[in-house]
Design a protein around this ligand. Structure first.
Ligand code: PBG
Length: 327
C-alpha cells in the first residue's frame, strides 16, 4: 500500500521567515515589559546578586542610570524594591518617608517619570528582621489585620514620594481595599494599584531572597497560595476587582500558565505576569553551561507568557528583550 499523500499541509505556513512572521499570533512589545530593580541603602557600588547572574542591588546613583537605560530601550514600567540597611520586627523602614525605597522613587520619578510607569513593591518582607511579609502576632503567626495597617501607611509614603502605581504583594486578605482607601484618603486618587492577585508559595522565589537580603526561616504557606490550587485564584481575582485593583497579576509565570490563562479569560482589567527570580536564574544557569540557547530561551519564555494571556510581563530581562525586539 502506498503512502497517503496529504492534501492538508500545515507546514506551508512555516516555510519562510516572512510567512512565519505574517501568521504569528503573539507579538511582544517593549512597552508591555516591566523591569524589576533593586536598590540597596548605604552601598557605594552595585552589589552583584550571586543567585541572579547579571542582576545587581543598585546604589541610588546606578539605579538612576539603570532607569534611564530601561527608558531608552522602550521598557514600559519599572518595579522598585528597596533593600534597607536596618530591619526590625515591624519593618519600620518601609514607612520611613526617607527610607531607601521612598528615596529611590523620588530619584527615578524625577529622572524618567514622564516616560515610564514607576511602580513600587508594597510589602514588608524586605524590611522585617523575621523576613515575613507582615507583622507577627504573639504566637508567631502573621497577623493579617495588623499588617493591613502597615500596608496602608506604606501606600501613602510611597505615593507621597511620587510613585505612579503600587504593587501590594503580601497576600493579606483585604489588602487592596485598605491600600485603595488609604491612597484616596491622602489625596492620591490617581495612584493605581497593581494587585498581586494569584501569588503562589513558590520555590522559584529563592534567588529573590538573596536579592533583598531576606532572612526568612520558614515559609509563606499560611498566606501565599498552594501550588496545587487553581480555583482560588478566581476567588482572589473577584476580591481584588471588588476592592478596586486597576491591574491584576499572576505569579510566578511559567509554572502557572494555566492559572494565567484562566484569569486572563475572565478579567476585565489588564493581567500582568511575573517571571520571577528562579525562572530567570534557571535559564541563566542552563545557558551558562551551554545546555540551552540563552536568547532563544528568553524570547520563548516571554512569548509563552504572553500567549497564555498576560498583557504585561515583569521580567529581569526586560531591557535585553526590549533591545532584541527592536532588532
Ligand atoms: C514580596 C515579593 C517576593 C517577590 C516579589 N515580591 C518574594 C516572596 O513573596 O517571597 C519575588 C520576586 C522574584 O522571585 O523574582 N515582597
Amino acid at each position: 500500500m502506498g503512502v497517503q499523500i496529504p492534501v492538508v499541509r500545515p507546514r506551508r505556513l512555516r516555510t519562510t521567515p516572512a510567512v512565519r512572521r505574517l501568521v504569528a499570533e503573539t507579538r511582544l512589545h517593549p512597552a508591555e515589559l516591566i523591569l524589576p530593580l533593586f536598590v540597596r541603602e548605604g552601598v557605594t557600588a552595585p552589589v552583584p546578586i550571586n543567585a541572579m547572574p547579571g542582576v545587581v542591588q543598585h546604589t541610588r546613583d546606578t539605579l538612576r542610570k539603570a532607569a534611564v537605560e530601561a527608558a531608552e530601550a522602550g521598557v514600559g514600567g519599572l518595579m522598585l524594591f528597596g533593600v534597607p540597611a536596618v530591619q526590625d520586627a515591624v519593618g519600620s523602614e518601609g514607612t520611613n518617608p526617607d527610607g531607601i525605597l521612598q528615596q529611590a522613587i523620588r530619584d527615578v520619578v524625577a529622572e524618567v517619570g514622564d516616560q515610564v510607569v514607576i511602580m513600587s513593591d508594597l510589602c514588608l518582607d524586605e524590611y522585617t528582621d523575621h523576613g515575613h511579609c507582615g507583622v507577627l502576632a504573639a504566637d508567631g503567626s502573621v497577623d493579617n489585620d495588623a499588617t493591613l495597617e502597615r500596608y496602608a501607611e506604606m501606600a501613602v509614603v510611597q505615593a507621597d514620594a511620587g510613585v505612579h502605581m503600587v504593587g501590594p504583594s503580601g497576600m493579606m486578605d483585604g489588602q487592596i481595599a485598605v491600600v485603595r482607601e488609604a491612597l484616596d484618603g491622602a489625596g492620591h486618587q490617581d495612584v493605581s494599584v497593581l494587585a498581586y492577585t494569584a501569588k503562589y508559595a513558590s520555590a522559584f522565589y529563592g534567588p529573590f531572597r538573596e536579592a533583598v537580603g531576606s532572612s526568612l526561616k520558614g515559609d509563606r504557606k499560611s498566606y501565599q497560595q498552594d501550588p496545587a490550587n487553581a480555583r482560588e485564584s478566581l476567588r482572589e481575582l473577584e476580591l481584588d476587582l471588588a476592592e478596586g485593583a486597576d491591574l491584576v497579576m499572576v505569579k510566578p509565570a511559567m509554572s502557572y500558565l494555566d492559572v494565567l490563562r484562566q484569569v486572563a479569560e475572565v478579567s476585565p482589567v489588564p493581567v500582568a505576569a511575573y517571571q520571577v527570580s528562579g525562572e530567570y536564574s534557571m535559564v541563566e544557569a542552563a545557558a551558562a553551561n551551554g545546555w540551552i540557547d540563552r536568547e532563544r530561551a528568553i524570547m520563548e519564555t516571554l512569548t509563552s507568557i504572553r500567549r497564555a494571556g498576560a498583557n504585561q510581563v515583569l521580567t529581569y530581562w526586560a531591557v535585553e528583550a526590549a533591545r532584541m525586539l527592536r532588532g
